[in-house]
Design a protein around this ligand. Structure first.
Ligand code: ATP
Length: 234
């Protein structure tokens, strides 16, 4: 579904991503795990068209999307849920969801999407008129995911969805990711919570200092001694 080949990204003189290649097959949950500053967010921003790479290619459903604009990439079925949620505060829950449907065509489709999002996140239905800024962290994460789902993504990019959440919400968010995937959306997940991420992933890649150091199934990486030592707290 998505093939990233020999991707390199610079911020000025900083070489943040170095010759990175990986792929995602339709229907999978794939994770990128790694420490702060490893380059994971940069990779997501390149896929969603928010940043341009120095070199390399990104092929999505057979087309090179590297030169496409971010809105075009959303319209083609890739939505990103950014690190830190970035919900629109000052807008209601409903209005935030509406923003997610900006490029979605057809009134009926949009109505169906609201219904699906509210079925998946009943709390958002309850709070639909509430200012999004007054939601809890976990609820804001759900809103950010709901907003992305309003665009009917085939592939959803999740950047640190569990960051800053209470343990009870963390479990809930991971359950929701599994459910979204089961309903047919392919998932690329970035997580500092490597244990949780690997446990729900079909495959994963370990990113360190801008490079992919290891690849395997979620279970293989969970069992890997080096991964355990560095990313799973021994
Ligand atoms: P985190 O989990 O902390 O977000 P990450 O693995 O997602 O980490 P990136 O955010 O991709 O890492 O950052 C990779 C490297 O690029 C880091 O060294 C970071 O300081 C640097 N970097 C990121 N954004 C910029 C920017 N806009 N300008 C300059 N350097 C940047």
């Amino acid at each position: 579904m998505l093939k990233v080949e020999n991707l390199s990204v610079n911020y000025g003189v900083i070489n943040a991503v170095k010759d990175v290649s990986f792929e995602i097959n339709e229907g999978e949950i794939v994770s990128l795990i790694g420490a702060n500053g490893a380059g994971k967010t940069t990779i997501l921003k390149i896929i969603s068209g928010l940043l341009k790479a120095r070199s390399g290619s990104i092929t999505y459903l057979g087309n090179n999307i590297q030169k496409q604009s971010a809105p075009k990439i959303v319209a083609e079925g890739i939505s990103q849920v950014p690190e830190g949620r970035h919900i629109f505060s000052g807008l209601s829950v409903m209005e935030n969801l509406q923003m997610g449907a900006f490029l979605t065509k057809g009134k009926q489709r949009i109505q169906d999407n609201y219904r699906e999002v509210f079925d998946r996140f009943p709390i958002l239905k309850e709070r639909q008129g509430q200012d999004a800024a007054t939601l809890s962290g976990g609820e804001q994460q759900m809103l950010a995911m709901g907003r992305a789902l309003m665009a009917n993504p085939k592939l959803i990019l999740l950047d640190e969805p569990s960051m800053g959440l209470a343990p009870i919400f963390i479990n809930e968010i991971f359950e929701i990711i599994k459910a979204i995937n089961k309903a047919g959306t392919t998932v690329l997940l970035i997580e500092q919570n490597a244990k949780k991420a690997l446990s729900i992933s079909d495959r994963a890649y370990v990113v360190a200092t801008g490079e992919i150091k290891l690849a395997g199934t979620g279970q293989e990486l969970l069992a890997n001694r080096d991964v355990q030592k560095v990313y799973l707290g021994g």
